[in-house]
Design a protein around this ligand. Structure first.
Ligand SMILES: C[S@@+](CC[C@H](N)C(=O)[O-])C[C@H]1O[C@@H](n2cnc3c(N)ncnc32)[C@H](O)[C@@H]1O
Length: 218
């Protein structure tokens, strides 16, 4: 049984989640989402929300920012579009089906790239992170809420054993911090600003990366 995530599995999983997503994952993830939105608002401006899903966070952004949301899964995005219309969210300027690993935006087009509970659901998380770093402007921030799994020990073994099962639900149980650490180590233009646990259960973290104000020559 494979443990890997792929686009077909992710799309299928979130097509199933779409009708009930807000009921199941609304309140339970709210504290973390609000912390991430506060961090994004401190930078402000043009905010790309990757894996915007049902648009659960959209009503919380202040009207002065410009929000662009993308997601792989059309049924999730349809729910987001309904919210935009019902709540007259005029600051949400665009919602589009798009793959986080292949963003169609120009380099440095956003002040903030936000992804709440998304990176560990992408088939190739590091490819998505590379795209975030490309489209955020120098001096901007990448703000994530992410699953951070165990580094070692019995908990890590349990997370690895669960992975073939939870992939059908569209996520990873196994996602050690080391993946983020190795990603930043491989880049000279991105640095860690903050990492702190957020509810529930200490299995998730708010992670902020800064894009260096001056990009080194390639
Ligand atoms: C766990 S949900 C998170 C939704 C929302 N951000 C939240 O805070 O609840 C993960 C979302 O990421 C999307 N997603 C997964 N892989 C993606 C990819 N490669 N590109 C774009 N969206 C992706 C899924 O379709 C789903 O809507």
């Amino acid at each position: 049984m494979t443990a890997e995530l792929d686009q077909v599995t992710v799309k299928k999983a979130y097509t199933r989640w779409a009708p009930v997503y807000d009921i199941v994952f609304g309140a339970v993830f709210d504290q973390g989402r609000q912390a991430a939105i506060e961090a994004a608002e401190r930078v402000g401006g043009r905010i790309l929300e990757v894996g915007v899903g049902t648009g659960i966070s959209l009503p919380s952004y202040s009207s002065s920012n410009r929000i662009i949301g993308i997601d792989l899964c059309e049924p999730m995005l349809r729910k987001a579009q309904e919210k935009v219309v019902e709540l007259s969210l005029t600051n949400v300027v665009r919602l589009e089906v798009m793959d986080a690993e292949h963003l169609s935006f120009e380099d440095a087009s956003f002040d903030v790239v936000a992804a709440h509970h998304v990176v560990s659901t992408c088939p190739h998380p590091e490819a998505a992170l590379d795209e975030f770093a490309r489209v955020v402007r120098p001096g901007g921030e990448i703000i994530l809420i992410s699953r951070v799994g165990a580094e070692a020990g019995m908990r890590r073994v349990a997370e690895q054993m669960l992975q073939p099962i939870v992939r059908q639900l569209g996520w990873r149980s196994e996602f050690p911090w080391d993946r983020f650490a190795r990603w930043t180590d491989g880049r000279s233009d991105v640095h860690l600003i903050e990492r702190r646990p957020v509810p529930p259960f200490g299995h998730f973290s708010l992670v902020r990366f800064g894009k260096s104000a001056t990009t080194p020559p390639s």
